[in-house]
Design a protein around this ligand. Structure first.
Ligand SMILES: [Zn+2]
Length: 440
């Protein structure tokens, strides 16, 4: 089974991070101190500041307490006093969060921000589409106790033409992938907001695809402030939990010849190469999935499998609300490539030098700025297209022979970790490998 929908290895856009600034390698000062001016703590979509801890049910910030508070507040909107904790709501439309853009001018790149609204505003937004706000419309995202705030998401997918001008400010719904490319990796706030939006999208998409009970076909309804669901059939009452789809993604390495296997799928933009990836099947360990997928797609036999890191990936298709990418180094036992053309367009061994050049391709920053400007244009109503796939070839003055996905994708970090480790046998390489594998 291939990763036809596995997007982290396929997304054709880039971001600006320097090759040597790899996730979790903040302690790798020997190489990275030269260029590193930022401290990346996690992969994109991980490190959600609202998810570090779920308050206990007796606390006022807990899902249960906040839900009770919500129930009592909604009937008295808009004339209720500010509650404690206060609530912020993030509206979505077709998987796209509400955002606004600020700060763009001739010299500065605009910055996007999530378009949090008040309970009263979310009621107005829903009302503009003929729907009443109810406590079951809202999904609990988490809390910031120190700021006396509880965060919710609301889905406006059913409705078209929602008026998103609030308080004189123009907001717009933007694809999460576009926000991902446009997020400035040096800006912790932007990465936090990306993680929050990713979690919210995953939860809302899961609500959309789990409206009916898989056991009896009865309708499901939200429980625990939207954190799970339950079948409404009294004789069934099946509990349904948010779905995560695990995917292995692996950089296959030829130790002896110091090469890595990179592959292309036909839907990639030209020149982009990435890691192999595929869904884990029932009854299979992670290591087995790595070996099976590599064998099926390239005919290469894998021996040792070493875990690297993992990344939530909420930007796949809506039928898979949240993939979890599990990244590995996979060491080849055989080297002959036999590509399964139904799964891949091509797969080739690449020398460390060639891969290094692909990583040095300096379009990441430009792509980030382009996407950020595009969001500004979408919010102004100038730009309607949400697609970014054409931007890169047009903008590349000098075409590198190949490039790899940007630093928002785990594939980037698997590949750059290998490149930065140096050739086998190198003492420096061994020291770095142990750090890079343990610090994320
Ligand atoms: Zn049921």
């Amino acid at each position: 089974m291939l990763a036809r929908f596995v997007s982290s290895s396929s997304y054709p856009t880039l971001s600006f991070l320097s090759r040597s600034v790899t996730l979790g390698l903040a302690r790798r000062t020997t190489l990275s101190a030269l260029t590193m001016s930022m401290n990346l703590r996690t992969h994109a979509y991980a490190g959600n500041p609202l998810k570090s801890r779920t308050p206990k049910s007796t606390e006022p910030f807990s899902p249960a307490s906040a839900f009770e508070s919500l129930k009592s507040l909604i009937p008295v909107i808009p004339n209720h006093p500010t509650p404690s904790p206060d609530f912020k709501v993030l509206p979505f439309n077709k998987g796209r969060p509400l955002v606004f853009s600020s700060g763009g001018d001739a010299n500065t790149t605009p910055v996007w921000h999530l378009g949090w609204v008040s309970l009263a505003d979310s009621k107005d937004l829903l009302a503009s589409t003929g729907v009443d706000l109810s406590e079951n419309s809202l999904v609990y995202l988490g809390a910031k106790v120190e700021e006396d705030l509880v965060y919710w998401a609301v889905d406006l997918t059913e409705e078209d033409g929602v008026d998103t001008e609030l308080g004189g400010k123009k907001l717009c719904f933007v694809e999460l992938r576009t926000l991902m490319v446009a997020a400035d990796w040096a800006d912790q706030r932007a990465m936090d907001e990306l993680a929050i939006a990713g979690h919210a999208r995953a939860l809302l998409e899961w609500h959309n695809v789990s409206r009916f009970c898989g056991a009896c076909g009865g309708q499901t309804f939200p429980k625990e402030a939207g954190r799970r669901k339950q079948c409404s059939n009294e004789t069934c009452k099946k509990r349904v939990y948010p779905r995560v789809d695990p995917v292995v993604i692996m950089l296959v390495i030829d130790r002896e010849n110091d090469r890595a296997l990179l592959s292309r799928q036909s839907r990639y933009v030209p020149r982009m190469w990435s890691c192999l990836a595929g869904f884990i099947e029932p009854g299979e360990s992670l290591e087995e999935a790595v070996r099976r997928e590599t064998w099926e797609e390239t005919g290469i036999e894998v021996g040792e499998v070493v875990y690297h890191s993992s990344q939530p990936w909420p930007v796949g298709p809506s039928s898979m609300p949240c993939q979890l990418m599990l990244g590995f180094f996979a060491f080849a036992k055989t080297l002959e490539i036999n590509v399964d053309k139904e799964e891949l367009e091509d797969a080739q061994w690449h020398s460390r030098e060639d891969v290094k050049k692909a990583l040095a391709f300096a379009e990441y920053r430009k792509a980030q700025r382009t996407a950020a400007s595009k969001i500004e244009q979408i919010c102004k109503g100038v730009e309607r297209s949400q697609s970014l796939t054409t931007d890169f070839n047009v903008e590349s003055g000098e075409l590198a022979p190949m490039f790899i996905p940007g630093p928002f994708a785990i594939a980037h970090h698997l590949i750059s970790s290998w490149v930065d480790q140096g050739p086998p046998g190198d003492a420096h390489s061994k020291q770095q490998a142990s750090v890079s594998l343990s610090s994320l």
